[in-house]
Design a protein around this ligand. Structure first.
Ligand SMILES: [Zn+2]
Length: 73
């Protein structure tokens, strides 16, 4: 039995839950106004993208990834 692996899995699970909770909060706050920073990676969203999509809450990279994940389900 490898205890360090179990500890790592638990930590990873907790991080996922905290991240999901943070994203849910961010989504609720950003329902109408969008964001200046990506809710997934924290990078700034370019002014160009915000003008094109004022409600955007992800950078182009994360939005593309998000849509690809959504479509693969
Ligand atoms: Zn991003």
């Amino acid at each position: 039995m490898n205890l360090s692996n179990a500890a790592f899995d638990l930590a990873a699970l907790r991080t996922d839950q905290e991240r999901d909770a943070g994203i849910t909060d961010a989504r609720a706050a950003l329902k109408q106004t969008g964001s200046t920073v990506c809710i997934d990676c924290g990078d700034p969203i370019s002014n160009e993208r915000r003008l094109a999509a004022p409600f955007a809450c992800r950078c182009i990279d994360c939005q593309t990834l998000h849509e690809a994940e959504k479509n693969s389900r």
